[in-house]
Design a protein around this ligand. Structure first.
Ligand code: BGC
Length: 812
C-alpha cells in the first residue's frame, strides 16, 4: 500500500530534518573548533607567564624572588653559574612541570592570539613555569629577518622588521665579517622586540636547483654553508640572542617533506649533508639546532639517537638543545629519548603522550631530566631571565643601511661586455614587471613583514637617474588591466602564495618607442618560491615564452640603435641561462636582496659599488646535468593552508610499501657525494656559470702561492693585487684534490676561502689561510670514521672552481 504524507506533515518533516541537520553542523563545528583550539592553539591553562614577581634585598643583594619564598635560592642568584642555577631549579621542579617544559605553548601566538606581554606573530615559545617564576621564552623566524606581526590590536605603533637579503645572497658575498654584521643586526632587532631565539640560519645543501627553499639555504658546498652560517650565528648570538640552525638534516626537498625518507650513504651524509652543520657547531656553538621533517634511511631525524646524540653531541660537542621543526616527527617519547629536547610549537596531544609514556615506562626519568636541563640552560641564558626590558624600537634605519650594503656585496655580475658601470646613460628604460615590483625575499616562514621594499624604479630615482616614461606608462597600464594580480598577499596568505604578477607582453611599436626614447634597457626577470613546494622546470627554471621573447626582441631593438641591454635576475634560485646569456650585454644576478634591493642593484649598475659576489652554486646548462636530477621530484605539489590543517588534525599515515612513490615517499641520493660542482668538475661537464664565478669592474693579480705544512695544518699565503682602474674586493678560493685516490673522490673540493678588503688601484694585500689536514679526509664506510689517504694532493688557488690559477703539490 502506498502511504502518502499529507502536505503539512511533509513540510513539518522537512523542517525537522533540516533543523536537525543544522544543529548537527553547528554542534560539529563547535566541537571541531573546541578540539582544534584545545589541541593545537590554546591548552596551557594554569601556566601563565608571571608578571608579579617581587624584588627582595637580602644582605645588600637585590634579586627577584621567583618562587616567592622570601629567601635567595641558588637559581635566583644571577651571580651563580648557570649550570648551578639550572641544577637547583631542576631539583625544585615536579615531574609534571618538567614534562610541561618539553613542548611549546601551541599556535596561539603564531596566529596573533597573545596574552598581555606576548608577541603576536612569534611562531613558538618555551613555556613558563609560573610556580618557580621561570618566564616564557619567545622564538621567531627566520633566516632573512624576524617574522612577527607588524601591527597589533588597539595599538598605533608598528612592529616592522628589516628584510635582510636571502641566505643564498649572503653566501654569495663570501664575506664572513659582513655576514657577521648582518647577523648582529638581526640579533639587535630580536633583542629590541623581545625575541629570545631566531629560528635560523638554515643550512641545508642545495642538492638540486629546484628545492623551493634553496633561497633560505646557502650553497651546494658544505664548507661555504658552514662558514657563512657560523658567521650569522656568531653575529646574532653576540647580542645574547639564541639561534636555531635548521633543518638538521638532509631536508633538500619540499615535496612530501613530512614523510619523505632520504636514502643516503653514510659517506654522503658526513662529507656533504652533515659537514656544513659540523662547521657551524664547531665554529659558533649555536644555542639550538632544529631537527628536520624528513626521515633518513627510515628514521625521522627528530627520533634519531645516531644523529642527535652520537654525532651532534658526542662527536661534535654540541652543548645546546634540539627542537623539532613545527609539528615534525611522530613519537614524542622517541624524540625526547633520542635527544630532541623540545617539541615545537607543542600540542596537547604531545603533552598527553609524554605523560603517558612516563607512566608506562617508555620514557625514562633520565631522558626527561636531560631534556629539561638543556631547556632550562637556554632559558637562563636569555634576556628574559635577566629581566631585560625590551623597548620595541630597533634602529630600522641603521639596519636598512646594513641590508643595502650587504645585498650589493652578494650580487653576482655574470656578464659584462663593456656596459657596466653606466657612464653616460641617464634615461633608463625599465623592462618587465619585476623592475617595478622588486622581490625582497622568498615566501613561507622565511618571509619578513618589512615596512617597504625599494624597487628598481625607486632605486634609479634615488640615485638621480631618469626613468623612461614610455616604458613606465606601459607598465602602469598593465597594472591597471591586471589590478587583481598586483594585490600583494598579506598575513597567512603571503606565506603560501608567492606574489608573481603576470609579465608584460610588449608590442613591436612599444618596443621601438622605448628604444627611441631611452639610453639603455634594464630588463628584470623575477622568480619567487618558498616553503611548502618545490619549483618546476617548465616556466620556472626555464624562461617562459614571454620572457624569452622579451629578451630577444629588446636586445635586438636596442642593439640596432647601438644601445645596450642589461638583464637583472631578481630570483631566489638557479634558472636556465645558457640558451640566452649571449644576447644581453650584461647580466647581474641580484638574487632577492631584501627591502633595499632596488638601491643595492643601482649601487652596482651605477658603479657606486664594484660587484664582488661569487656564485655559491653552479648554474648548469641543463637541469638534467645535475646528477641528483634523476632522483628529484618532477611533479611539485604546493602545501595549502587547508592541507596543513587537515594534516594537523589527521596526521598523514605512511603509504603502504607497495604504493610508495619514488621521490615523494622516498628519495634516493644516488649521486652520493657528487653534488653540484663536485659532479660537474669531476666529469668535466660544460656549465653555464661555474661554482665560485663572479665578475668585477677591475682585475686582480695573484702572486705565487706559498705553502707550508706546520704540524697538522697547511698554511697557504699569497698576495692579491688590484691591477685595474676600479677599487674592488676579490674572493680567493682554495681547493684540494687527492691524486691517485684509492676511492672515487670529487676532482676538487673547496677547503678554504678569503675575501680581501676593498683594494685601491695597485694596492695589494696578503691573503693567508690555514687548512687543517684532517679536512682532507674522506668518510670511510668500512671503518665508520674519517680516513686520511696518504700520498699526493694538489692544492689549488683561483677565482672560481673553473679558473684555477696555480696548483702546488704536497705529500702527506
Ligand atoms: C619551517 C621552519 C620554521 C617553522 C616555524 C616550519 O614549517 O620548516 O623553518 O622555522 O615552520 O615557522
Amino acid at each position: 500500500m502506498n502511504y502518502k504524507l499529507p502536505y503539512e506533515e511533509k513540510k513539518l518533516f522537512f523542517f525537522k530534518i533540516t533543523g536537525a541537520f543544522i544543529v548537527l553542523i553547528f554542534v560539529a563545528s563547535i566541537c571541531s573548533f573546541w578540539y582544534v583550539n584545545k589541541t593545537f592553539i590554546s591548552f596551557e591553562d594554569g601556566y601563565d607567564n608571571r608578571t608579579d614577581i617581587l624584588e627582595l634585598t637580602i644582605d645588600g643583594y637585590t634579586f627577584l624572588d621567583r618562587n616567592s619564598n622570601s629567601t635567595l635560592d641558588v637559581y635566583e642568584d644571577d651571580r651563580e653559574a648557570i649550570a648551578d642555577r639550572v641544577l637547583d631549579v631542576l631539583s625544585q621542579m615536579t615531574l609534571q612541570e618538567k614534562i610541561h617544559l618539553l613542548k611549546g605553548a601551541g599556535m596561539a601566538s603564531t596566529i596573533g592570539m597573545t596574552k598581555p606581554g606576548g608577541i603576536p606573530g612569534a611562531v613558538g615559545a618555551i613555556v613558563p613555569t609560573p610556580r618557580l617564576g621561570i618566564p616564557t621564552v619567545h622564538l621567531s623566524d627566520g633566516p632573512a629577518g624576524l617574522r612577527i606581526e607588524p601591527s597589533r590590536e588597539n595599538d598605533d605603533k608598528t612592529y616592522y622588521c628589516t628584510a635582510f637579503p636571502i641566505a643564498t645572497l649572503l653566501a654569495s658575498s663570501w664575506n664572513e665579517t659582513l655576514v657577521y654584521e648582518v647577523g648582529n643586526a638581526m640579533g639587535r632587532e630580536a633583542k629590541a622586540y623581545g625575541i629570545d631565539v631566531i629560528l635560523g640560519p638554515a643550512a641545508n645543501i642545495h642538492r638540486h636547483p629546484l628545492c623551493g627553499r634553496n633561497f633560505e639555504y646557502f650553497s651546494e658546498d658544505p664548507l661555504l654553508s658552514g662558514f657563512i652560517g657560523a658567521s650569522i650565528v656568531n653575529g646574532i648570538q653576540s647580542n645574547g640572542i639564541g639561534t636555531s640552525v635548521k633543518h638538521f638534516v638532509a631536508n633538500n626537498q619540499e615535496t612530501n617533506r613530512v614523510l619523505n625518507d632520504v636514502i643516503v650513504s653514510d659517506r654522503a651524509m658526513h662529507e656533504i649533508y652533515l659537514k656544513g652543520f659540523e662547521h657551524i657547531v664547531k665554529r659558533s656553538q649555536p644555542w639550538t639546532i632544529m631537527s628536520s621533517y624528513n626521515k633518513i634511511n627510515g628514521v625521522y631525524t627528530s627520533e634519531s639517537e645516531w644523529l642527535l646524540t652520537n654525532i651532534l653531541r658526542n662527536k661534535w660537542g654540541f652543548k645546546g638543545l634540539v627542537m623539532t621543526d613545527w609539528f615534525g616527527g611522530k613519537s614524542p617519547s622517541s624524540q625526547i629519548s633520542a635527544g630532541n629536547d623540545l617539541l615545537e610549537p607543542g600540542t596537547n596531544r604531545q603533552w598527553k603522550a609524554l605523560t603517558k609514556a612516563v607512566k608506562n615506562g617508555e620514557l625514562s626519568m633520565d631522558a626527561i631530566d636531560i631534556a629539561a636541563k638543556r631547556i632550562l640552560t637556554l632559558i637562563f641564558k636569555t634576556k628574559k631571565m635577566q629581566n631585560y626590558r625590551f623597548n620595541n624600537t630597533p634602529d630600522l634605519k641603521k639596519h636598512a643601511a646594513i641590508t643595502r650594503n650587504s645585498a650589493a656585496e652578494g650580487m653576482v655580475l655574470l656578464k659584462n661586455e663593456n656596459s657596466l658601470p653606466f657612464t653616460n646613460e641617464k634615461n633608463i628604460a625599465l623592462l618587465g614587471v619585476t623592475s617595478y615590483e622588486f622581490i625582497a625575499g622568498g615566501t613561507g616562514s622565511g618571509d619578513v613583514n618589512e615596512a617597504y621594499t625599494i624597487s628598481l624604479e625607486e632605486g634609479f630615482k634615488n640615485a638621480g637617474f631618469k626613468i623612461n616614461k614610455t616604458a613606465k606608462k606601459i607598465v602602469d597600464l598593465h597594472r591597471k588591466v591586471n589590478s587583481n594580480s598586483f594585490i600583494k598577499p598579506e598575513g597567512l596568505d603571503a606565506i603560501f602564495s608567492p606574489f608573481s604578477p603576470p609579465e608584460i607582453i610588449y608590442t613591436t611599436d612599444q618596443i621601438n618607442d622605448i628604444v627611441a626614447t631611452s639610453d639603455i634597457g634594464v630588463l628584470t626577470l623575477g622568480r619567487n618560491s618558498g616553503e611548502g613546494g618545490d619549483r618546476s622546470e617548465k616556466n620556472d627554471f626555464l624562461l617562459t615564452k614571454t620572457e624569452q621573447e622579451m629578451i630577444v626582441k629588446f636586445t635586438d631593438a636596442f642593439h640596432k640603435k647601438n644601445k645596450k641591454v642589461v638583464v637583472v635576475l631578481n630570483i631566489g634560485g638557479v634558472i636556465e641561462t645558457a640558451s640566452w646569456k649571449d644576447l644581453p650585454d650584461a647580466i647581474l644576478l641580484a638574487w632577492q636582496g631584501g627591502q633595499e634591493g632596488g638601491n643595492s642593484v643601482v649601487d652596482i649598475l651605477s658603479g657606486r659599488i664594484n660587484p664582488s659576489g661569487k656564485l655559491p652554486m653552479t648554474f648548469p646548462v641543463k637541469l638534467s646535468d645535475h646528477k641528483s636530477h634523476k632522483n628529484f621530484p618532477k611533479n611539485p605539489k604546493m602545501i595549502t593552508i587547508e592541507g596543513l590543517v587537515k594534516n594537523l588534525i589527521f596526521p598523514p599515515s605512511e603509504t603502504p610499501k607497495a604504493h610508495k612513490v619514488k621521490d615523494e615517499d622516498y628519495t634516493f641520493y644516488h649521486e652520493d657525494v657528487f653534488v653540484g660542482y663536485r659532479h660537474f668538475d669531476s666529469k668535466n661537464l660544460s656549465v653555464s656559470f661555474p661554482f665560485g664565478f663572479g665578475l668585477s669592474y677591475t682585475d686582480f693579480k695573484y702572486s705565487p702561492m706559498k705553502l707550508e705544512i706546520e704540524n697538522d695544518t697547511i698554511n697557504i699565503s699569497l698576495n692579491i693585487k688590484n691591477i685595474g682602474a676600479f677599487p674592488g674586493k676579490e674572493v680567493v678560493q682554495f681547493y684540494t684534490e687527492k691524486l691517485n685516490s684509492i676511492i672515487k673522490r670529487p676532482s676538487q673540493e673547496l677547503k678554504s676561502f678569503a675575501k680581501t678588503k676593498r683594494l685601491e688601484n695597485n694596492e695589494s694585500i696578503n691573503v693567508s689561510v690555514k687548512i687543517p689536514i684532517i679536512e682532507l679526509s674522506y668518510w670511510n664506510e668500512t671503518v665508520n670514521d674519517w680516513s686520511l689517504e696518504k700520498g699526493e694532493y694538489n692544492i689549488k688557488v683561483g677565482g672560481s672552481s673553473r679558473n684555477i690559477s696555480q696548483i702546488l703539490k704536497i705529500s702527506l
